[in-house]
Design a protein around this ligand. Sequence first.
Ligand SMILES: O=C(CO)[C@@H](O)[C@H](O)COP(=O)(O)O
Length: 217
Amino acid sequence: MNCLSPSILSADFSRLGEQIKELDEAGAQYVHIDVMDGMFVPSISFGMPVIRAIRACTDRIFDVHLMIEEPGRYIDEFAEAGADLITVHAESCRHLDRTIEKIKEKGLLAGVAINPATPVSAISCVLEKVDMVLVMTVNPGFGGQKLIPYTVEKVRELRKIVDEKGLKTDIEVDGGVNLSNVEELMDAGANIIVAGSAIFSGDVTENTIRFLNIINE
Ligand SMILES: O=C(CO)[C@@H](O)[C@H](O)COP(=O)(O)O
């Protein structure tokens, strides 16, 4: 299934609850929540208290993307805060398999993310264990960057592997996605689309509906 996962990193934080309700009413299926620790990526964003607070605003899937060192330390807390899907980076886990198992033991969906310069082969051992692979299409840490073109080929490579193995694994793309390149990413094999600035610059409802019209075509 194709889904839209707007990234609230680009939201107006003074109206966060209101904007999440707007996404929900416009039909976005997921809410993408970027947690950054100032170590794995240069920025610091938000953590469990914010997730706990916005949980009351919507029943949509909370797609929590952990851009933090050794995320395995915090799986219990993110589960308790309201995550439905937790994605950890292959580059940030000393024990990736154990961290994925921990997410699944909590009864949550598990995702693994790879940075632009990390090859698809880095996650081949865990591919059959995860519900989703997140292919970063920018270097993580900031919203509003330009998509790195070579990452589209990684999406194509991953889709081929997933299909050849007969897996149902979702493929998410994140970074620099806009109304002009989303079709190319979907043609390459992505089915969960993250968009931050392209959703929150201007009219949130209108932008969400425009994306959904393409994604659901
Ligand atoms: O994880 C990240 C950035 O590290 C993303 O989720 C961004 O928040 C996407 O923002 P845009 O590139 O769509 O503005």
